[in-house]
Design a protein around this ligand. Structure first.
Ligand code: PGA
Length: 254
């Protein structure tokens, strides 16, 4: 794989002090120019992290955004605001947002359109619950999630979207999908995108796997043909394990 992205989703963890502490520790490690790393802290830590990581090749991303630029949307943050502070990535449709905050495929679509307009890379999360997998319906669910999320997106913009396959039963549970399961679904997603747009587009999509990724299991997952990186929750909170994940990626790219 010539590109491997490690994206660390901090979820609702770390205050300002914890963020500064993390940044100081991660800066002690040496990264290569080709390492692709992105940290996705809570909104309140974005500017702090951006400033602390100035001069490194670690990028920052947001966990969510609103699809309008501004307006009467109490409690929301727009992609325009994120852009202003140098955010380069934004998660869209994380399963926790779908489950607890009513995120739908339709709102994901609107957010992707807006983020692309602003030049921020959307990281679209798709994935199935355990009962769906047990019923053998995971591919049809993911087809629906992808089909609706990409409505009206211009062909030229499609490869700018990163897709993260995150089986919900593997998130925060310590229960990782096997490398074979992760590869099978990533290949399915690539094939689906080829069918929806073109083979060339399908081939160049960045597809991440997420769900209990840690240094101990990352190598086998990241070496799969159709996997271009990982969306990492728990293990990204610790600078050492984040760094180890980046080193594993660098090794696999050699
Ligand atoms: P986890 O979270 O690595 O803690 O399972 C992944 C995610 O939700 O993005």
């Amino acid at each position: 794989m010539d590109r491997i992205l490690i994206a660390g989703n901090w979820k609702m963890n770390k205050d300002a002090k914890g963020t500064i502490d993390f940044a100081k520790k991660i800066k002690k490690y040496s990264f290569n120019e080709g390492d692709e790393v992105c940290l996705i802290p809570p909104f309140t830590d974005l500017k702090i992290l951006k400033d602390e990581l100035d001069g490194t090749n670690i990028k920052i991303g947001a966990q969510n955004c609103h699809f309008e630029d501004n307006g009467a949307y109490t409690g929301e943050i727009s992609s325009e605001m994120l852009k202003e502070i140098g955010v380069e990535f934004c998660i869209v449709g994380h399963s926790e947002r779908r489950e607890y905050f009513g995120e739908t495929d339709k709102s994901c679509n609107k957010k992707i359109i807006k983020l692309l307009e602003k030049g921020i890379t959307p990281i679209l999360c798709v994935g199935e619950k355990e009962d769906i997998r047990e019923a053998g319906a995971e591919q049809s669910l993911i087809s629906k999630q992808l089909g609706e999320a990409f409505i009206g997106i211009k062909q030229a913009d499609v490869p700018k979207v990163i897709i993260a396959y995150e089986p919900i039963w593997a998130i925060g549970t310590g229960k990782t999908a096997t490398p074979e399961q992760a590869q099978e679904m990533s290949a399915f997603i690539r094939g689906f995108m080829s069918g929806l747009f073109s083979e060339a587009i399908g081939e160049c999509m960045m597809i991440l796997y997420g769900g209990s990724v840690k240094p101990e299991n990352a190598r086998d997952i990241l070496r799969q043909r159709d996997i271009n990186g990982a969306l990492v929750g728990g293990a990204s909170l610790d600078p050492k394990s984040l760094y180890e994940l980046v080193k594993i990626s660098a090794d696999l790219k050699k």
